[in-house]
Write a protein that binds this ligand. Structure first.
Ligand code: GCU
Length: 628
């Protein structure tokens, strides 16, 4: 089954995971297999597929009636809503039989999208939702078929033609189920239960500062592959100037299979044969003609991997990223990250987390062309692969994170497994994206031994899955007053496990410090590592002005806050970049004052893209930095 290419993984994970000792390999496959997805289906968005997106029936189930009887005794769902019964026909055939649900005649909503946009009464609905879709699937003899969800928030259970395919936990990463042999030429009955409810054990927990966009929020596809197929490939430029390709096949004839990786534009073809596990590593010195990918020149190459009857293409940029002391080095040269943070929420007054290529391009264009930026923090969870591919194409460096956010249950082994799975799914989906330079394991988490161990495990896993990128986390710091100035020491015990330090800082907005004190802030770090200001920001509603008093929630306050914080940033000797909080106002149920009305107003743009005064403070600052 497993065909993920991670030779280092077992050793590192077992070493880093508390309580797990490194026994003989066979016995411990269980642990390893719990953490990586059964199928990676790398680049599935570029494979032969049928889209199952579009109109789906949906039906609310606030009491989870489809899962358990009135005494809470769990049902066999394949006998209930997950069954293959055509309710309308069954009630016609036998007047004594009746059902109290009928998914095939329930209201219709568009997938992908959060159900928040389906009808006003679903505005704050958090709970279980049943979806149903009928589709035809002409038989594909001799091939394999998978139903792939690019993401569904939060817990998903899937049924096809009365068969339980499986379940998935996590709102932002892809998962697939093999359906070879389960399909019928017409009228396939796909039933999906999505429960958006978070728990204290979930990732994230119930309390965040963003809207819970429950539902099937990204594309659903029926993917077809040959019997033996390329399940995973990891192709990149290494810091010693080599092009390396790690390939993993899945299927009966994965062993001893001839594989070719070709990059026509470089007149380069690497050839080899897989080992008994269906794996192969290929390596060659990069040709001198190689144009490295960078934000200023986002060169992508067409790459084709061929193995037996399978051919998989991708568009890949080749670049290196590393740290040297307190510097961040892209393609051998120091770089400063001119960035901003972003939630996955399209522009407009009524977003429903429907990220199309157009919506993604609109957001990233504001960063690249509007702010003269070269970097984006995709917060606080893996964003759509539409966006990471868009960043590759447009030339924006990316920070990618999993939602280990605030007070996660760090001492709960199941919560750790959930986070490890999310990390694996995220990295395995996107490790061919040149734009991504940083994997982040957490945001603003309270320090404790359990937390330190939890995050150390994730940092090790990220390194094991992908040694070509940097690991970081958005940390909090101690702020104190020394001789009248703000004094900040970066001393989080997790830092030795990180390549890059990152700090969220809100002096001048949260806390008692005045904006005017911010430029005089002194930063201390005993770590010879680069720092990113992963967040800073202040709120204002676009159009609210107070030129004289510059009161809070006025554009003037936010603009001055930016001026002073950027002045502070200029004095931090080991600073290599920033991603102010945030590009646009976004929905947050925690924000309810007269200016906020359910929105976090720290955007430098409104939810409709109206640029605030601070937008221009930041774009001027980045223009000057870019010109240097
Ligand atoms: C935190 C947090 C964000 C939040 C922001 C804010 O730093 O990471 O998710 O939205 O602060 O308070 O606006």
């Amino acid at each position: 089954m497993k065909s993920v290419f991670i030779p280092l993984l077992v050793a590192c994970l077992l070493a880093a995971t508390p309580g797990l000792t490194a026994p003989a390999k066979p016995a411990d496959n269980a642990t390893y297999s719990e953490l990586v997805p059964p199928f990676v289906l790398v680049n599935a968005d570029r494979r032969d597929h049928v889209s199952l997106s579009g109109p789906w029936h949906y039906s609310v189930d606030p009491y989870k009636d489809g899962m358990a009887d009135f005494h809470g005794k769990p049902y066999d769902v394949t006998k209930g809503r997950g069954s293959d019964v055509n309710v309308e026909q069954a009630m016609k055939d036998d007047p004594d039989v009746f059902y109290e649900y009928d998914l095939a005649r329930a209201p219709v909503g568009t997938v992908p999208s959060a159900w928040i946009g389906y009808s006003p009464e679903l505005r704050y609905y958090n709970g279980l939702m049943w979806y149903q879709k009928s589709f035809d699937a002409p038989a594909k003899t001799g091939e394999r078929q998978f139903i792939r969800f690019a993401a569904a928030d939060y817990k998903t259970m899937v049924y096809l033609n009365g068969h339980r395919l499986g379940e998935h936990e996590g709102g932002f990463t892809p998962f697939s189920f093999e359906v070879t042999g389960l399909l019928r030429p017409t009228g396939n009955n796909l039933v999906v239960a999505v429960d958006s409810e978070r728990t204290p054990e979930s990732i994230p927990t119930q309390v965040t500062d963003w809207e819970t966009y429950g539902g099937i929020i990204r594309d659903v596809t029926l993917v077809t592959t040959p019997k033996t197929f390329i399940d995973d490939d990891f192709i990149r430029l290494t810091t010693d100037g080599h092009i390396r390709a790690d390939i993993a096949l899945e299927g009966d004839s994965k062993a001893g299979q001839a594989v070719e990786v070709s990059i026509p534009a470089l007149k380069l073809t690497l050839k080899g044969t897989t080992d008994s596990e269906g794996r192969l590593s290929l390596d060659t010195r990069a040709p001198k003609t190689l144009k490295r990918w960078s934000p200023d020149a986002p060169t992508l190459y067409d790459v084709t991997v061929t193995a037996g009857a399978d051919t998989l293409t991708d568009r890949i940029g080749f670049r290196t990223i590393e740290v040297k002391g307190t510097q961040l080095i892209l393609n051998g040269k120091p770089i400063f990250l001119r960035g901003i943070s972003l939630h996955e929420e399209e522009f407009g007054p009524n977003p429903s987390r429907r990220i199309t290529p157009e919506a993604s391009r609109a957001l990233l264009t504001e960063i690249k062309d509007g702010l003269h930026g070269n970097y984006v923090r995709l917060s606080h969870y893996p964003h759509s692969e539409i966006t990471t591919r868009m960043a590759d194409e447009m030339g924006l460096l990316v920070w990618s994170e999993i939602p280990v956010y605030w007070a996660v249950k760090f001492d709960n082994p199941d919560t750790l497994k959930t986070a490890q799975r999310m990390m694996a799914e995220n990295i395995l989906r996107d490790r061919n994206r040149a734009s991504i330079i940083l994997w982040s394991v957490a945001n603003e988490t309270p320090i404790s031994d359990a937390r330190n161990q939890f995050l150390t495990t994730l940092a090790h896993e990220a390194k094991a899955l992908d040694g070509s990128r940097l690991v970081s986390a958005a940390l909090l710091t101690q702020t104190k007053r020394v001789d009248g100035h703000i004094d900040i020491t970066i001393d989080d015990p997790l830092i030795p496990e990180l390549d890059v330090m990152a700090v969220n800082t809100y002096n001048g907005w949260y806390g008692s410090d005045k904006i005017a004190d911010v430029p005089g802030t002194v930063w201390h770090s005993s770590f010879n590592k680069p720092l990113i200001l992963s967040e800073f920001g202040a709120e204002t509603m676009a159009g609210v002005h107070d030129p004289v008093r510059e009161g809070r929630f006025s554009e003037e306050y936010q603009a001055t806050y930016y001026k002073d914080t950027l002045a502070m940033a200029d004095k931090i000797p080991f600073l290599v970049g920033m991603s102010p909080w945030i590009l646009k106002d976004f929905r947050s149920p925690r924000r309810q004052n007269i200016w906020q009305q359910g929105w976090n107003r720290k955007g430098v743009e409104s939810e409709n893209g109206q640029r605030k005064m601070a937008f221009f403070v930041l774009s001027d600052y980045y223009q000057k930095k870019a010109d240097k």
